[in-house]
Every structure is written in C-alpha cells, then in structure tokens.
Design a protein around this ligand. Sequence first.
Ligand SMILES: [Cu+2]
Length: 485
Amino acid sequence: MKTHIQHRMYAVTGLLALSLGLAGCGGRGNYVTNLNQPAALSQPAVAAAPQQAEGTTLLSNEVLGTLEFRAFDLGYKPNKLEVEKAGRYSIKLVNEGVMPHDIVFGDGTKIYADAGQTAQGEVVISAAGAKFICSVPGHAAAGMKGEITVKGATSAADKIIEAAAAGTDKATAAHGDDHGGPLPTGDVAEDPNAPPYELFDAAAPALLEGSVHDITLETIEKPMTVAPGFVQQVWTFNGTVPGPVIRVKVGDTVRIRLKNPANSTVPHSVDFHSSQVAWNDEMTNINPGEEKIYEWKADYAGVWMYHCGTAPALHHIANGMYGMVIVEPKEGLPPVDKEFAIVQGEWYLGPQGEVSSLEKAAAAAPAPDLVVFNGVANQYKDHPLQVGTGERVRFFVLNAGPSVDSSFHIVGTIFDTVIKEGVVLSRNNPGNYGSQAVDLAPAQGAIIELTTAEDGKYPIVTHAFNFVGRGALGLLQAGDGEPQK
Ligand SMILES: [Cu+2]
C-alpha cells in the first residue's frame, strides 16, 4: 500500500486520536529496543532479541512463554493478563491498526510495529508484574495501556488499577476493535446488554406532492439506544430521534395533527420554526390522551427546526423532541445526485433506561456526554453514506442543539454552495469563493453542496473537535472508499 494511502486511512480512522491531540507518525520499521539503552533507539532492527548482558545466568534467560498482544486504534487486546510466574517472556505485538503502535514496559523495553506489522521481543516480568503503554503521543491517554500480573502477587494498588482496567475492557469489548476507544460517557456506566442501535436513514426524503399536507406527529416516549451500550428513555416525534424530516415548498399549507398518547408521562407540544403563528395559539401543550391541529403556511425557504416547546423546553429538546423541516423555494431546488439530511443533537446522559439529565443539560457551560448526527453516536462512521465519486451531493444540515454550536465540515471537501439561514454562497461566484465549515448555532440550518474529488473516505464532523470523540463522526464514502494507486 502506498504511503499517501496510509496517510489517508490514518486521517479517517485516526480522527478520535486527532481530537486528542496526536501527531502523525512516519513509516519507521518495526523494532525492539530498551529505553534504558538510548543507542538502540537509532538502530532499528526487525524483531531483534534484546542484547544479553555479560554474566547473565542461563536460568534468567529461559523464556517461559510467548504473550501475544494485538494493538488496534486505540487499545490492546488483551489489556490485562495474568501469568503463572515471574520471569522472562517473549512478547509478540500484532499491530492490527492503521497507525504505528508500540508496547513499552516499565523497565524500558519497547517493541514497535508499523500498521499491519508484527514485531517480537522479550521482557522480564518481576513478581510485582508489569504495566505497559503505547508511547506514541496521546495513545496511552486514549486507552492504550494495560498490565501483566503474576498469579498470587497482586498488591492492593494493583487491584485498584485492575478494577479501572476492567472497565476499559468491558467498553472495548462492546464497541469492537473498529470503534477506537470507548466513548467518554462520564458518570454513566455502559450496559453490555443494551440492544444494538437502530440506524437512522440519512437519505433526505422526497418533496411531498401537492400543496396541502396532512401529517400526524405522535409524541411517543420509548427506550432508545443512543450509543452502543447506552439506553435512554427518550421522548420523540413518531418514535425516532430526530423526528421525521418534513419536506415541502414555499406556498404549501401544512396541517400537523399532534397526538399525545394516553400512556405518555408528560404533556408535549410542537413549535415549527418554519411557521409564523402565535406561541399561545398553535404551540400550546397537550396532555396525555389529547390531540390538536397545528396549521402553518410555508412562507420562507430553508432548513428549519421543529421541537417540543413544553417547559422545560431544554429538557424536551435534550431528550429527543426535535426534527427538520425542509422548505424548498417555489420553483424547487436544482436536481443533484444524492441528498442527505443530518441533524446534530446532544445527549446529556441520565441513568441507563431513564430520561436524559436535565441537571447536566442545564449547566451554564454545556458539556454534553455525546454529540451526535441523527440521534446515535458514530452511526455513519459504522455505516458510511455512499456516493459516487464526482457526484453532486446535497446535505440539509440542522443543529438542533439544544446548547452547543456546530461547525459542520466534511474532511477533504469544499462546499461550493451554501444557503445558511437565507445567506447564499453560489457555485461559480465571481472570485470563486468556497466554504470549509458552516457555523450553525442551535436552531440554525443550511443547505450545502459539494462533490468528492476521488474515491475514498471523507469524514463528516463538527469541527468543534472536542465533540468528534463524543460521537459527532460519520463518513462519506466515494466509490469503493479506497483511493486509486
Ligand atoms: Cu415534549
């Protein structure tokens, strides 16, 4: 595989790592060295055994066994291992990631393997055991660390570390090797028995036919897996977060029949930003078992938010009650090859199976546990949005908040057309200006167009990069996703 391709793959799957401040690594060979012997650092040797010191007894050179560690981006399997007794062990490092990794022990022994490579070396495990990390900057902080313990020799301090490592084990197992490290979900522990999430289809719906639309929105309260291992009792419009994307054109009349099922626990309401109506007329609460009609006329084109406005509206939005309205101009939008609808939202996790935390959501400085596209953390990283290379692609993007700004960006592309809150950037404008990221405060929306330059993967992010590692990561895949050599 050519170097530039490796770099691209690094850029794609290393985004979590980038968000943690990692520097890229060059293509060094695999080597084994000992940090206590600095000269060895500049003398890489493939799978070389450590130098045997003068006078070393035969007994201490006896290799008791081979311990295999698989490195991935970003973790080890296993990251906790118990051996029968202290002594010299052969360490095999299989790097299954797309970045270089190493394994460094407390005594300075370092075994390095490039992406896709395997390296081997030896380390002496004392009776107290041995901790290990990846020394590539940031990798240990992202979860690449572990410990080898010796049977019957676990100290009290080690037990505390073991307990912490066990948590990492559990999260890593549930997320799988391809998910990078576990999501930083703060005070809420992952539930290994949580059902898998339901993929939200990102394809934008077609324009509704006709000019008068009768649409039923039901305020359904239900459990939802918002990230692998995390279930919340969400409040929804029609059972999904976000609610259904409603697509009409200027001049249309929309009649929303809002129904609050009898088994709901609280009143709900709806507020369409695309409408011009009195708050205390159309947006009033309805109790469980009630329904009402909210009628509005689409006077202005754009990407609009709708949401429940029942007090505290912050909680009803934070718990899932939001969605997108697309209003096309009367003459319609020009045809394109692919259209997607992306709603950015935030989760302030409550206890497993319960509603989201209003207390966390209400903090003066918002610190969401998860920032997501279409309700679920990283779902389009796991299920990339497919386009043809060079196709014209249109994104309808809404930041539902409730509280954090979005800087919508697709790595490796330039937006040539942006209509944000009525402000227009047109393709082929005088001067040929383009856009790299679209700033969307909570409740702002945009229509964005772009093309992909070549086959490959194009990460979809908010360029507020602290949130990329909290679930705001997807992939646009052009062609087969592999750049041509
Ligand atoms: Cu509500």
